[in-house]
Design a protein around this ligand. Structure first.
Ligand code: 13P
Length: 267
């Protein structure tokens, strides 16, 4: 998995062999008006235009999706929504369906983010319905899981991950699926999981995915989320089961997010 290769200068470097294309997504949460989103794009797109070896995804708020989607058309950037409702259409005031998200140009949708679970009372059952609905209408689901600080301190990290996967992925196919491990104690706190803590959780998640999908699990990206920055992305991405990142705060600034997308290169 991690061969040691000779460099041009004669020294040796450990290079992680990747069987999965890295996937780096920006979750803007409830930030950016349309003009702010457009200003971001005009700085960001030129910075990443030559990046072909990373899947780059932006998840703006609903109100900016249509405009952002228009603006990135033909580029190497894909669009995600931050949430969806699981019905196709109907009397569900205020909700947005997967069909509408596909219509507006989304390739992906984030489901089960801990902020949805915590502030909007989304249960594993609701997250499961949303994940299935996303797939049914051709959207890739970025399926989020992760434990709280209390759960980690009580030694329940793997128990929580196990439950969220068992219930959340019931009946979900591997097609388009991306899993994001976001320990709640690391979100917006500046307290990143150590690369080894991330790897341990990701290896456990991969094993669960093997149980669901057999060998297909090797092709699925598992992202880490929680205080990812340009400074810590390289050490996280060196771990064998860390295939990318779901970035909140540091994705709001074009230079910072571009620096995360271009991880591993000398800046
Ligand atoms: P921060 O990067 O701000 O910690 O947010 C992580 C997150 O919740 C991404 O979905």
């Amino acid at each position: 998995m991690t061969p040691v290769l000779p460099l041009d200068n004669g020294s040796m470097a450990t290079v992680k062999y990747r069987m999965r294309k890295p996937f780096i997504a920006a979750n803007w949460k409830m930030h950016k008006t349309i003009p702010e989103a457009l200003a971001f794009l005009s700085a960001f797109l030129p910075l990443v235009k030559d990046v072909t070896d990373v899947t780059i995804v932006l998840a703006p708020p609903f109100t900016a999706l249509a405009r952002v989607s228009e603006e990135v058309r033909g580029s190497n950037v894909r669009i995600a929504a931050q949430d969806l409702f699981f019905e196709e259409k109907g009397a569900f005031t205020g909700e947005i369906s997967p069909v509408m998200l596909a219509d507006v140009g989304c390739s992906y949708v984030i489901v089960g983010h801990s902020e949805r679970r915590q502030y909007f009372f989304e249960t594993d059952d609701v997250v499961n319905k949303k994940t299935r609905a996303a797939q049914k209408f051709g959207l890739g689901a970025i399926f989020c899981i992760g434990e709280s600080l209390a759960e980690r301190e009580e030694g329940k990290t793997f128990e929580v991950i196990h439950r969220e996967i068992e219930r959340g992925l019931d009946g979900v196919a591997p097609r388009g699926l991306v899993v994001a491990y976001e320990p709640i104690w690391a979100i917006g706190t500046g307290r990143t999981a150590s690369p080894q803590q991330a790897q341990d959780a990701h290896a456990f998640i991969r094993e669960k995915l093997r149980g669901f999908y057999g060998n297909e699990a090797e092709r699925l990206c598992i992202l880490y989320g929680g205080s990812v920055t340009p400074e810590n992305i390289d050490s996280l991405m060196e771990k064998p089961d860390v295939d990318g990142a779901l970035v909140g705060g540091a994705s709001l600034k074009p230079e910072q997010f571009a620096s995360i997308v271009t991880f591993g290169r000398k800046k």
